[in-house]
Ligand binder design. Structure first.
Ligand code: 5GP
Ligand code: ZN
Length: 115
């Protein structure tokens, strides 16, 4: 499995730096975003270092399906009746951490302003 020693999310996966982890399984960890943009703001992060959606390959199909299926499961566990998912890709797409991750945001009282 590919890891990147200088990558902050690889360090969190390896337990080298702390995070508020809410879920862990054989493919991903899920932890609270350090700078939350919603009442609930989680990051779903694969154990494997993948830079971004641009470098996702066929070998990651199972991982990607796992993440998509995990999102509503986590939302239900958190008591959310709706949530928003974001994947920032590339610098011009707003990506700051170049280890693939999916944002799960929710918990607003009213619908969030969309774009
Ligand atoms: P991006 O812009 O790459 O999609 O999102 C990166 C996210 O990671 C940001 O929302 C940022 O707040 C979060 N983040 C960056 N560094 C850390 C960290 O060390 N710990 C945690 N929990 N979140 C982080
Ligand atoms: Zn990484």
């Amino acid at each position: 499995m590919k890891t990147e020693p200088s990558c902050i999310f690889c360090k969190i996966v390896a337990g080298q730096i702390p995070a508020d982890i809410v879920h862990r399984d054989e493919q991903v960890i899920v932890f609270k975003d350090i700078n939350p943009k919603a009442p609930v703001h989680l990051l779903i992060v694969p154990h494997e270092h993948v830079d971004s959606l641009f470098t996702v390959e066929t070998q990651h199909d199972n991982l990607m399906a796992h993440i998509m299926r995990l999102l509503p499961t986590l939302a239900k566990q958190l008591g959310l009746d709706g949530f928003r998912t974001i994947i920032n890709t590339g610098k011009s797409g707003g990506q700051e951490v170049f280890h693939l991750h999916v944002h799960l945001l929710g918990g607003w009282k009213n619908s969030p302003q969309l774009f």
